[in-house]
Write a protein that binds this ligand. Structure first.
Ligand code: ATP
Length: 208
């Protein structure tokens, strides 16, 4: 049996309870060995449109958010690599280099083969055809889609997917950035350790 990994990529600017519910629940419901939060280094589809928080802060916030959950691993390879972030490269490297490339420790079962399920929210699923080398990516992964409020489940023609039902939370990083900028509460929507980090560093403040 290959090791089954759920790859859940994102900008995580900042990470929130919606991300954590997806990563933990999908892992359990589907029976994955690990959920992997892959932090985008230079999310090319977003960085042309708005100023993205430096990757080292987003990575640290994701590490803090994931820390209480042993089933969630954090992959920083997209941050370490310079240039734009492409999911297909991450999938290829995970398959080639195995889980040790994330944890630094070989899988104790000695299993080298890795099967990658790509986990996306229904908003991201709608745009899969715009992803870099989408046709190849489609052949390399099993796609898992979770429904996000306001975005009905669906994928572009030619893709197949497994829908996984998790509690739907109407939370987004963009709303959280706005809340931070306006001085509105973000508690519970963002884990306490991440709230402390954002406030200490001064992320998303009006002048930040
Ligand atoms: P932004 O509001 O800045 O676009 P976001 O909240 O959508 O950010 P991302 O880091 O861009 O967060 O999303 C990463 C992945 O998480 C995507 O697949 C997205 O669909 C999914 N996702 C984000 N928020 C939720 C949520 N509340 N429920 C389910 N999936 C989510």
């Amino acid at each position: 049996m290959p090791l089954r990994i759920g790859l859940f990529g994102g900008t995580f600017d900042p990470p929130h309870i919606g991300h954590l519910v997806v990563a933990t629940h999908v892992r359990e419901l589907v029976g994955l060995d690990h959920s992997v939060l892959a932090v985008a280094g230079d999310p090319w589809q977003k960085s042309d449109v708005r100023r993205v928080t430096p990757a080292r802060h987003r990575l640290e916030m994701v590490r803090l958010a994931a820390a209480p959950y042993p089933g969630i691993l954090v992959d920083d390879r997209e941050v370490r690599r310079s240039g734009p972030t492409y999911t297909i490269d991450t999938v290829r490297l995970l398959k080639e280099e195995g889980i040790a490339s994330i944890t630094g420790v070989a899988d104790p079962s000695g299993e080298a083969e890795v099967a990658v399920s790509l986990i996306v929210g229904s908003d991201a699923a709608a745009g899969l055809e715009t992803w870099h080398r989408a046709g190849e990516l489609r052949e390399m992964v099993d796609l898992i889609v979770v429904e996000r409020p306001g975005h009905p489940l669906g994928v572009p023609p030619g893709w197949s997917f497994t829908p996984v039902a998790v509690p739907q939370l109407d939370v987004s990083s963009s709303d959280l950035r706005r809340r931070m900028a306006e001085g509105l509460p973000v508690e519970v929507l963002v884990p306490p350790s991440v709230v402390t980090y954002m406030r200490t560093v001064g992320l998303y403040s009006m002048n930040g």
